[in-house]
Ligand binder design. Sequence first.
Ligand SMILES: [Zn+2]
Length: 212
Amino acid sequence: MKCHICDETCTSFEDAKTGIRYYHCLCCEYIFKSPEHYQSIEVQKSRYDLHENNEDDAGYRAYFQRFVNFILPYVGKPKHALDFGCGRSTLLAKILKNIGIDTDAYDPIYHPDTLNHSKKYDLIVSTEVFEHLHDPKSVFSDLVSRLNEGGYMAIQTQFHPNEKEAFLFWYYHHDPTHIVFFRPESFRKLAAMNGCTYVADNGKNMVVLRKG
Ligand SMILES: [Zn+2]
């Protein structure tokens, strides 16, 4: 199997507990489940509908605030932002609006009609979305095309441990809607392929890139 990001040949391993095969690219460190485990949007929605995301919950607000606190020092003074894959809640967009960033919230399931295809953004944020994507390479390119030159993309997804035994022990791939897994190197590759500069990561789950 070729890597869905960089097209290099992958190694593979199986989770003996679930029978799920994983493909691991040693070049860009991307790991993806065998594509027969990718789920339709309807099956994904039935699982997302179970998520309780209460916007008044202090823990839920703090979760987004940690992301905002990490990215803000890197992204200049964005006027217009897009929260790509916000889910049912638009809390992150509200937090950004409160600090003066006009933010649109788009989600293919819950807010599907909010994407203005002619609008360009200074900042695109996407939290806990990329691990669900069947084709992250295409989505990444599409998001870059929605950025102004010099605009920023900030992504949150858990970085995998990059070692088979540790990966199999890792909780994050047990969610059936989580199908693809990244490391900073995967985003470095995506950045390079799309004319972006790799700006920063937090070594754990957040990365910031700049167009140009
Ligand atoms: Zn690769």
